[in-house]
Design a protein around this ligand. Structure first.
Ligand code: F6P
Length: 342
């Protein structure tokens, strides 16, 4: 069998570990050959490929990013996109595709399989951890560790100056990074996209923290929204999947806190630092197991499936089910954290 591999969407620590596991097991156990498609769906769309064999994946387990490159290309938004993808697959004699991505990349794989008979298997990745049907996506643990370390560092400087420090973390629709890093880092306020926040309440928590002679750390997900306002965006322009570029809520909130409490408030936006660098041991473990199970599904002819983590087992779930809705933070989990607010 000749198998194409692509990585799409925002990059994420662990992508290379998946690619390595797919190629190692596919070559050694099944005698598969591989083609690497460059830059997500741009590869099959434009015929952009690179060789992918065991020497090509040596040494990449601990490397962040993706050796295949990534993009937010959507073949369904390009004239003749599906025909072009199918032509490339035929030209390179590709029997099946492994798509490694988040809701958007896997949404394309689901549709290509369901409506156009393109034989796809999906692997879930995203630092946001918002893919339904899997307990965790790889990349999330690394992002949480990076954000937690940042919060630890911000505590000491916040307390030296008795300032409010607002930390803006990623999380477009789901507050998983904010919640986990905020709890692990001992934040005094955690704000997530799933629940609109009240700025007056945030200011009250800030005042309480100062009253006990500590400086407050406010963790806010980029997609969090105030009760009395709208989503704060960096740019209005939409990408090929209809998303705007977020960021800005941290700065906005710091200004409001300073205005309303009279306390100096500053913001740190962690941005792409959360996605860069070497994956944590957990993410290497999860990404490797996803890769091993994805190539097994391909060789068993079980297409239209995504590998997923359930407890400690790797299972298969239909791509259509996995991409039907996002996994957001349960209000009960968020309520659990609120004992530390203020
Ligand atoms: O989906 C992962 C993610 O990191 C989101 O948290 C964030 O909103 C988005 O990607 C940023 O994407 P880009 O790097 O393309 O601006």
């Amino acid at each position: 069998m000749r198998v194409g591999v692509l990585t799409g969407g925002g990059d994420c620590p662990g992508l290379n570990a998946v690619i390595r596991a797919i190629v190692r097991k596919g070559t050694q156990e099944y005698g598969n050959e591989f083609i690497g498609f460059r830059d997500g769906w741009r590869g099959p769309l434009e015929g952009a490929v690179r060789p992918l064999d065991i020497p090509a994946v040596r040494g990449i387990l601990p490397r962040g990013g993706t050796i295949l490159g990534s993009s937010r290309t959507n073949p369904f938004k390009v004239d003749d996109g599906v025909r072009r993808v199918k032509e490339t697959l035929a030209e390179f004699e590709v029997d099946a595709l492994v798509a490694i991505g988040g809701e958007d990349t896997l949404g394309v794989a689901a549709k290509l399989w369901a409506e156009h008979d393109v034989r796809c298997v999906g692997v879930p990745k995203t630092i946001d951890n918002d893919l339904n049907a899997t307990d965790y996506t790889f990349g999330f643990d690394t992002a949480v560790n990076i954000a937690t370390e940042a919060i630890d560092r911000l505590h000491t400087t916040a307390e030296s100056h008795m300032r409010v420090l607002v930390v803006e973390v990623m999380g477009r629709h789901a507050g998983w990074i904010a919640l986990h890093a905020g709890l692990a880092g001992g934040a005094n306020v955690i704000l997530i996209p799933e629940q609109r926040f009240d700025v007056d309440q945030v200011c009250e928590w800030v005042r309480t923290r100062f009253r006990t002679h500590y400086a407050p750390i406010v963790v806010v997900a980029e997609g969090a929204m105030p009760k009395e306002g709208e989503l704060i965006v960096k740019e209005d322009e939409l990408d090929a999947f209809g998303h705007v570029r977020l960021s800005g809520v941290g700065d906005w909130l710091a200004k409001e806190i300073q205005k309303r409490t009279g306390k100096e408030a500053r913001t740190s936006v962690l941005g792409h630092i959360q996605r860069g660098g070497t994956p944590s041991a957990f993410d290497r473990w999860l990404a490797t197991r996803f890769g091993l199970h994805a190539i097994e599904a391909v060789n068993e002819g079980d297409f239209g499936q995504m590998v997923a983590l359930r407890g400690t087992d790797i299972v298969r779930v239909p791509l259509s089910e996995a991409t039907a809705k996002l996994k957001t933070v349960d209000p009960k989990l968020y309520a659990e954290a609120s004992v530390f607010f203020g």
